[in-house]
Design a protein around this ligand. Sequence first.
Ligand code: ADP
Ligand code: MG
Length: 287
Amino acid sequence: TPKPKEEDTSGITQSYDIGEVLGSGNFSTVKIGLHRATGQKYAVKIIEKKKFWLQSGDRKDALMDEVRILKQVKHPNIINIREIFDSPSHLYLILELVTGGELFDRIVKGRFPEPYARKIFRQMLCAVMYLHSEGIVHRDLKPENILYATKDPDSPIKLSDFGVSRMVGEGSFMTTLCGTPEYIAPEIITSAASGYTKAVDLWSMGVILFILLSGYPPFSEESGPLFAQITNAKFSFPDEYWGSVSDDAKDLIRRLMTVDPARRISCEEVLGHPWVRAGEGDGLVFR
Ligand code: ADP
Ligand code: MG
């Protein structure tokens, strides 16, 4: 017997046909959505509310403020949010559809040559600087949340999941509690600062750059408890893997993965760093 169809109180099915699953994460399922009026396809991120936040009137207002901000975000290296539907049980984000898969899937096939890592990193920086200028801290930067626009090896990248982590009950903090905190800044672990400060994104960019250039993460459970490694920035550049990587790259990683957020390099300083400047002329517009 077919399952009784759940009633759609969000109104999404009036405009969209929901199709196959594209992927899923800890807090959501992403499906294809066909906008019937235009024939345009989107990615529909379906977030189950009850798991992650209490339904209080206050919380809902805060959520809707957040949603308004997210909808204003427009940048070539950020997944655009077109529309949002809301029901008591679910939140549906209508997102720009990309087809290139996750950065994660390309990096597991092997480390990137420096010039290519630089291209990816500069796009990430461009997107993060834009978000910060809009007063948004991503808070959940990791290779799984960086998507390729197309399957082309030269495809641009797009950040996804920004801000959403914050709406979905303290995103990374949830991950910190129930999974691996590989990309989380030390000040979040030690509660010295909240995740709302921009510096937390720069730490995560350091972890990602480390992975792009080496093919492995700077911190891993094999070398002992993760929290202690992170809060002491206990990573190194063994010659076996890092012998052919430039000193500029290592210097930038050290400056990004600086434990004290007040001493950590800022976005503007990253933009002026020699390793990043070597990629100037790629047409990216920073602000
Ligand atoms: P979560 O916040 O639960 O981790 P994500 O937003 O990261 O969810 O999405 C989970 C997966 O769904 C992604 O890793 C990706 O494979 C797929 N996905 C997410 N957004 C899109 C999109 N805009 N276009 C195509 N696939 C997407
Ligand atoms: Mg994700």
